[in-house]
Design a protein around this ligand. Structure first.
Ligand SMILES: [Zn+2]
Length: 336
């Protein structure tokens, strides 16, 4: 509790404009930041998931962002970052990963109301099958009031009690489960997740959870001139765990499906989980993309390689102060 209060006070101070303004100017002059969200939900939706940001919080974050940054589309940012820049006002790009229903139900009206350019990186298998990927299936199964104990039958068994608390602390445990599962081989992981989901008794769900977009909803989003659709692979596996052929096929398949669904070219790619290596990058280049984004949480400087553009993640439990400080790359960038 005391640690939490100390943390809040530290962020309150760091986000104070007379202190933060000069740091932002020094760190971000001539640079851009790319923000990574996943989806939005109405404020009343009591979903426990870092990836689902409340609509009200998002609107406040965008108000702040637009007061300090030029918010542009990803293609505008790529074009502008290739030119010398005389203005020291930084640029910002807003992106969403995965392709969940909240992007159409909650985000799209906000985009139109605020005239806000966004890019949505859609992972196509969940849209095609209408079944969430393993991580969202697990998160959805845990959307209950009752505490549950989850044990992973891995080489080093992991046991977590979920729903004993709520909010960021509860999410930290879910996150620990997810990162332990990410280490498993994809087929084993699906079986382990199936097992957990079967064993969690789902009475009184407190949220509909995370639902994939439908194909016609992807098209509806793409028809909005403020929305750019990008690809996020077909399989949403961690691409560094696959061989190069499988990476190429997954990237190509997502590009082709999205192009056929939207009737538009798909030029940008987001690596699932942000993971990439030289083989993954070369497969994505070969698949015909023009740029790709990672999850390295730092600003984007001029002259950077377009296939490893950094992004700063924003989640449900971030206060507005944490968001403001996150834009410069985090509190550790404050002092150096
Ligand atoms: Zn993703």
């Amino acid at each position: 509790m005391i640690r939490q209060l100390a943390r809040m006070a530290m962020y309150r101070l760091a986000a104070w404009e007379p202190l933060l303004g000069p740091v932002r100017k020094r760190k971000l002059g001539g640079k851009a930041v790319v923000l990574m969200y996943h989806e939005l939900a109405e404020d009343s939706d009591d979903v426990e998931a870092w990836t689902v940001v409340k609509r009200g919080d998002f609107v406040r974050q965008m108000d702040y962002l637009r007061s300090k940054f030029d918010v542009v589309s990803l293609s505008q940012a790529i074009a502008q970052m290739a030119q010398p820049d005389s203005s020291d006002r930084p640029k910002a790009v807003v992106t969403f990963d995965d392709g969940d229903r909240g992007n159409r139900d909650v985000l799209l009206p906000v985009v139109e109301e605020l005239d806000l350019p966004v890019t949505i990186f859609v992972a196509t298998r969940q849209v095609q099958n209408q079944e969430p990927y393993w991580f969202d299936r697990l998160v959805n199964a845990l959307q209950i009031e009752t505490p549950v104990t989850v044990t992973l039958p891995a080489a080093s068994p992991v046991t977590c009690v979920i729903n004993e608390t709520r909010g960021a602390q509860n999410w930290a445990r879910i996150q620990y489960l997810l990162s332990s599962l990410k280490k498993l081989e994809p087929t084993t992981r699906e079986l382990v997740v199936d097992d957990i989901v079967k064993n969690v008794e789902r009475h009184d769900p407190r949220s509909r959870g995370i639902v994939p977009l439908a194909i016609n909803e992807v098209r509806e989003l793409a028809d909005c001139p403020l929305v750019t659709i990008g690809a996020h692979s077909h399989c949403h596996n961690i691409l560094t765990q696959l061989d190069r052929r499988a990476v190429f096929e997954s990237a190509t398949r997502s590009k082709q499906l999205l192009e056929s669904w939207t009737g538009r070219r798909v030029n940008y790619f987001a690596y699932p989980n942000g993971d990439f290596n030289d083989a993954v990058v070369s497969a994505v280049v070969e698949a015909g993309f023009e740029a790709a984004v990672t999850t390295a949480p730092r600003p984007w400087g001029r002259g950077e390689q377009p296939f490893t553009l950094p992004r700063i993640g924003v989640g449900r439990y971030d206060s507005l102060d944490v968001f403001k400080v996150g834009l410069i790359g985090g509190i550790e960038h404050f002092l150096n």
